[in-house]
Design a protein around this ligand. Structure first.
Ligand SMILES: [Zn+2]
Length: 554
């Protein structure tokens, strides 16, 4: 990899490396644990595709760091000690209402075979990571609490409760409850963590006094219990902004970004950065620093709607991964700078076709088949390397534009074997292809089938009519004569795409003109006035059939 790569992930990797090189504290941490790129997610239900942007960003930066020769790891934590605070519409209320306020890892899974609610929803997304080329080490924040990893940070937070209170006051301009301590115990009686209030810390005996308050939060009801408990070893958790700051030194994080909504003025990142600096004396990870909050990544929206975990269907990460091939989504997210908005609307649009065309172009540039200037080549090469899922092939695959694949699969009524034969014919590929090439083409045909079934706008869809379409009655005598001329030509020989294109234009020009000629052709074949590009389309169909159809003999 060129040291001066301008690709965004390479730039971040270099900045983080420089920062670590200049900070003895960070230097020691990465020596022990490697360069940790960290992200976290609350498994509160089906997780939206928007979160996928963060995972791809952290994974890509970790890969870029490894290309710099650094021992980098992407670690993703399930924030499974967070309280169940919002009721997803797809959950059975009668079964789950009683768990509002309970940590996700202590709630039963909605499906058998999983340890908990948290495990179920976290696994639903992480089981797709391999398809996305995401190399992540998974961990559980709750487990870290139980293991005692946060004990030291909890003690510091409780010892510095006044300081934390001051930070909140400085940032928010108002004070939070004077008796509230930065710790939420799990109620020993009802098991809820969202309803408890710790109000007294005894630093000598290292216990907190707390009560489980009936009306502390509107979404869950406390049981009224009052008790005293050690704050360590999983008996509770830090409030999440304090927790965020505590994680950085505990885990040893050098890079962690988040959606830009966290980075707003008075946002959670500002609070976490201040706590990391002033309470834990630890440099906050890039894009933040000791002196600046930095900026998060832009939204990833589908169809113009900002993704939110609480509403909207069909934009769940696990769901979309079944429809849009993960490797193409990865390409989109890798090639787009994190600070640029992505509004991806695959439904009833040709966006997926265009994305595939871009991907194929990047691939041709990578293999030197398409020439561009040096700067663009370097950029596209990095995009290809960092977005390719699996092992990069040794030579350019037999590319097949998705649009052409979509036309072919429809022409043969989704018969993949026939489709492959036609691909070989139109693309002039050798009869005998390597296993990799066949796998590549089959994969492209599968994607085309999915695209036609799930996303294609009407104008891209057609069915070759087995019987003469009714609409043929509407075409003029002149148009019919023109079609017969083409039928005569087709009866004489096999055409190549270029020859056929030429022939079509010649006949059209000499007879009814292009527009009327194309219209008549499409009506005769698919009963519609518009269709896929004519010459390649005709080559996908049986020649005898075409001759008969264009002679209007059935
Ligand atoms: Zn309780």
């Amino acid at each position: 990899m060129a040291e001066e790569s301008l690709f965004w992930a390479d730039q971040i990797a270099r900045i983080v490396k420089e920062r670590v090189d200049q900070d003895p504290k960070l230097k020691k941490i990465v020596k022990d644990r490697g360069y940790i790129c960290y992200d976290e997610k609350t498994p509160s239900g089906h997780i939206h595709i928007g979160s996928g942007r963060g995972w791809i960003i952290h994974d890509t930066v970790a890969k870029a760091m490894r290309d710099l020769g650094l021992n980098a790891r992407f670690v993703l934590s399930s924030d499974d000690y967070d309280p169940f605070d919002k009721f997803p519409s797809y959950l059975d209320r009668s079964k789950y209402e009683k768990y509002l306020g309970v940590p996700f890892r202590n709630i039963p899974s909605p499906e058998p075979g999983y340890e908990s609610y948290a495990d179920y929803y976290f696994t639903e997304v992480t089981s797709k990571f391999e398809e996305f080329g995401i190399e992540a080490e998974l961990e559980s924040t709750g487990q870290r609490y139980i293991n005692g990893d946060f004990n030291w940070a909890i003690k510091i937070a409780l010892d510095n409760a006044d300081k934390i209170r001051e930070i909140y006051k400085r940032i928010y301009g108002k004070s939070i409850g004077a008796e509230k301590l930065p710790f939420n115990p799990i109620c020993e009686k009802c098991g809820k963590i969202g309803t408890t209030l710790a109000y007294e810390w005894d630093p000598d005996r290292e216990v907190v006094k707390y009560k489980c308050v009936e009306d502390l939060v509107p979404w869950a009801k406390g049981c009224g219990y009052e008790g005293e408990i050690s704050p360590y070893d999983g008996n509770g958790k830090l409030p999440w902004k304090v927790e965020w700051a505590a994680k950085w030194p505990t885990v040893g994080v050098v890079f962690e970004t988040a959606g830009k909504d966290h980075f707003t003025k008075k946002g959670s990142r500002e609070v976490a950065v201040a706590i990391a600096n002033e309470v834990y004396d630890f440099p906050p990870p890039y894009p933040s620093s000791r002196t600046s909050i930095g900026k998060g990544y832009e939204f990833f929206t589908v169809g113009g709607r900002k993704m939110s975990t609480s509403k909207g269907r069909g934009v769940w990460f696990a769901d979309i991964a079944e429809k849009v091939p993960p490797k193409i989504l990865r390409y989109l997210l890798v090639r787009t700078r994190p600070r640029a908005v992505i509004d991806f609307d695959p439904y009833q649009t040709n966006k997926i076709l265009l994305l595939y065309d871009n991907y194929d172009k990047t691939e041709r540039i990578y293999f030197g088949v398409e020439k561009v200037n040096e700067r663009e080549r370097a950029q596209e090469k990095r995009i290809y390397e960092l977005s390719y899922v699996g092992k990069i092939p040794s030579k350019l695959p037999p590319q097949l534009p998705l649009g052409e694949a979509a036309m072919i699969v429809q022409s043969v009524n989704f018969d993949k074997e026939k489709a492959l034969k036609i691909v070989k014919k139109i693309r002039k590929l050798p009869e005998k292809l390597s296993t990799e090439d066949i796998a590549y083409l089959n994969d492209r045909l599968d994607s085309a089938i999915k695209w036609v079934e799930e996303f294609a706008p009407e104008e891209y869809k057609f069915v070759v009519q087995e019987k003469m379409p009714e609409a043929v009655k509407k075409i003029s005598e002149e148009q019919k004569e023109a079609l017969k001329l083409l039928a005569d030509q087709l009866s004489k020989k096999e055409f190549t795409k270029e020859e056929l294109e030429e022939e079509i234009y010649r006949i059209a020009k000499e007879t009814v003109g292009s527009r009327k000629f194309f219209e008549a052709s499409y009506i005769a074949l698919i009963g519609k006035t518009h269709g896929p590009r004519l010459a390649p389309f005709l080559l996908t169909l049986n020649r005898e059939f075409l001759v008969r159809r264009f002679r209007l003999e059935q």
